[in-house]
Design a protein around this ligand. Structure first.
Ligand code: PAF
Length: 281
């Protein structure tokens, strides 16, 4: 497995292979890898000639009061895990390499960044879209892999790719869950024992909402009320939002009449967890 920390070296390594017709799959990550990331990497290995994994904790997608400084990392372990998947290349630039000292250009996807996590994390999706665009320019992947757990992020990247005519196919892969349903996330490590024991409520409410919709309940207000009641029964949970959005337009809906994404963000202490499921309404 090759590791590169410099943009030019990464490009110089990949371009001749791309000219020879080799297909590149990219899995962008912020490291501290878990089974969710590994499922994306394995898929990229399966579907491409060269699978590239980037590890970069992107400072511009964190707000001033967010967890950039304490974001978990363990590069040695990440490299070991990636090596076992058969991925060929790891790209691990630092912030100076990625942004220099006078970075003035950003990618902003409108509207679909104003809902769900958007209002709670101002600037977050602009930071994500910008770094993903940069990674696409550096790696020039044929396919790039993202997890459904970050459903809004996947939609924002899809939209950026379509709107800016980028030559990359975005593959959104299913959320990988712990045995009790909690979606895997690097941030789960922040939870204390009591918080961790209550966090599976997120998946329980999503499943309950799915059952309601499949039982022909279409009233969004009623569905959200039921979710809120269930989450509120957990004393350590603080709801940030519960939303139902049309799975293709990403507009908030009050009545379910087709595929819907039920999405939520809930804080346990200082730890903010997100989860979602798509239900064919
Ligand atoms: O989902 C993530 O880990 C990050 O938002 C991403 C896509 C790697 C961009 O920094």
């Amino acid at each position: 497995m090759q590791q590169f920390t410099k943009i030019q070296e990464m490009k110089d390594y990949l371009r001749p292979m791309q000219s020879a017709g080799q297909k590149i799959g990219l899995v962008p990550t912020m490291g501290y890898l878990h089974e969710g990331h590994l499922s994306l990497i394995r898929r990229a290995v399966q579907e491409s000639d060269i699978a590239v994994v980037s590890i970069f904790v992107n400072p511009i997608q964190f707000g001033p009061s967010e967890d950039l400084a304490k974001y978990p990392h363990n590069l040695a372990k990440d490299l070991e895990l990636i090596d076992k998947t058969g991925a060929a290349v790891v790209f691990t630039p630092d912030a100076v390499e990625m942004y220099g000292d006078n970075h003035l250009t950003f990618v902003h996807v409108e509207k679909i960044t104003d809902i769900l996590c958007g209002p709670f994390r101002p600037g977050h999706f602009q930071g994500v879209a910008t770094v993903v665009n940069k990674l696409f320019n550096i790696v020039r992947p044929d396919k790039a892999y993202f997890g459904q757990k970050d459903g809004q992020q996947a939609m924002v990247i899809q939209k950026m790719v379509r709107d800016l005519n980028m030559d990359v196919t975005i593959i959104t892969c299913p959320t990988v869950r712990e045995a009790d349903g909690l979606a895997m996330s690097s941030r789960n490590t922040y939870l204390n024992v009591a918080e961790r024991s209550q966090a599976p409520v997120l998946y329980q409410v999503l499943t309950a909402a799915k059952d309601m919709i499949q039982g022909s309940i279409t009233d969004g207000v009623l569905i959200k009320k039921q979710i809120k009641t269930m989450i509120s029964s957990k004393p350590l949970a603080n709801i940030e939002y519960i939303s139902l959005v049309d799975a293709s337009s990403f507009r908030e809906i009050s009545q379910v009449s087709g595929p819907v994404m039920i999405a939520l963000a809930v804080k346990f202490g200082a730890t903010r967890l997100i989860d979602n499921i798509i239900v064919e309404g």
